[in-house]
Design a protein around this ligand. Structure first.
Ligand code: OSB
Ligand code: MG
Length: 377
């Protein structure tokens, strides 16, 4: 049965971009840094048939990848939005095509595409989940746990997420905070579904240390080496029994195909922002599913906008591992949607309303806004 993935065109009238600063409930530490406030860009596409919402998932500093909020802000206002606003009518699938001449800036492109997609689907009264090809109405929820002050505090943090009902735990690791932290969590909680994420913190010279992780029977190790290290990942994969799952390296469907062909990865973390949009994310899902490669939905501390879209994506049949799609409350005391995602029996519901299926809370949106620009045709 072919899945319809086309949506009708919209007549774009403008874009409103906002930078938001949303406090996190607790600091989030990875191998590349600590975040206390989520700085993110929210996009509103203004169309003749109504608004659509998107989220540009860059962070304040270019540490996870080369993109960062003020770079995305600049490229979106200076180049990407004007290119889209030049067209008289625009189908969501044309967004990536129109923006292709501009090299990189995938998170910025993804946020704009999502806003157009949301506007088009709301106008057609169709949910994003159905549009992408979702087959379930709720998805298992995993949680990404940052590096804590000590192994003891990590065990406490993991314990409270398990009490909440999370179905899979991911802990962040870095050199010096890897084997002992992982051992502490395994010792405390036994055979829970557990994986680790290094965010590119190692080199091939650390292969012996990384091989020590094999004894913990992890679901996978996420992005041990640098974004560009596809060949080194393939070499490392030969050394480890733990499956390697690439995150940062997978910047497109082509990159995914190349990494699989090289044997650099055996599982893929799909993040729409990192690959330039939800439509490219679906293409990665499709190629992995055809190749029998498991995928799961990664996260970028999304607000209720991106979180709704991630739940829709993760409802596709190839998403056979729990994603980093936690309840909104894992990161935020207050979200910018009226019904933030909650955990129900270890799952998050896939919204069923038109488009993203969530409504913006205008008061919260305004409260967190620190910059705003409006571009009109
Ligand atoms: O590597 O998966 C990552 C957050 C920011 C940048 C990179 C990553 C992460 C996470 C959090 O692990 C995932 C989430 O949104 O829950
Ligand atoms: Mg990761």
């Amino acid at each position: 049965m072919p899945i319809p993935r086309d949506a009708a065109s919209v007549v774009l009238e403008g874009f409103e971009l906002r930078v938001l600063h949303i406090p996190l409930v607790s600091p989030f530490t990875t191998s590349f840094g600590t975040e206390r406030v989520r700085e993110v860009i929210i996009v509103r596409a203004l169309t003749a048939d109504g608004d659509g919402w998107g989220e540009i998932v860059t962070q304040e500093a270019p540490l996870y990848s080369s993109e960062y909020t003020h770079g995305a802000w600049d490229v979106a206002l200076r180049w990407l939005c004007p290119a889209l606003l030049e067209l008289d009518a625009l189908a969501p699938a044309q967004v990536a095509e129109t923006l292709r001449p501009f090299v990189g800036h995938r998170m910025a492109k993804a946020g704009l595409e999502l806003a157009v997609l949301d506007a088009a689907l709301r106008a057609e009264d169709r949910p994003l989940s159905a549009h992408l090809g979702a087959v379930v109405d709720r998805v298992p929820s995993g949680v990404s746990v940052g590096i804590q002050e000590s192994a003891e505090s990590l065990v406490d943090a993991v314990g409270s997420y398990l009490e909440d009902g999370y179905e899979r735990i991911k802990i962040k690791i870095k050199p010096g905070r890897d084997i002992a932290d992982t051992a502490a969590v395994r010792d405390a909680f036994g055979t829970i579904p557990l994986q680790v994420d290094a965010n590119s913190a190692y080199t091939l010279a650390d292969a012996d240390t990384l091989a020590e992780l094999d004894r913990f029977d992890l679901l996978l190790i996420e992005q041990p080496l640098q974004e560009d290290d596809l060949v080194d990942h393939a070499v490392l994969a030969e050394r480890l029994s733990t499956p390697i799952c690439l995150d940062e390296s997978i910047t497109s469907a082509k990159a995914a195909a190349d990494a699989l062909a090289l044997g650099a990865t055996s599982v893929i973390n799909v993040k729409a922002g990192r690959v330039g949009g939800y439509l490219e994310a679906v293409r990665i899902h499709d190629l992995c599913r055809a190749a029998g490669v498991p995928v799961w939905c990664g996260g970028m501390l999304e607000t209720g906008i991106g979180r709704a879209a991630n739940a829709a994506l993760a409802a596709l049949p190839g998403f056979t591992l729990p994603g980093d799609i936690s309840a909104s409350g894992r990161f935020y005391a207050r979200d910018i949607v009226t019904e933030p995602a909650v955990l129900e029996d270890g799952h998050v519901r896939v919204p069923t309303g038109p488009g993203l299926g969530v409504e913006i809370d205008p008061v919260a949106l305004e409260e967190f806004t620190v910059a705003r620009e409006l571009l009109h045709r």
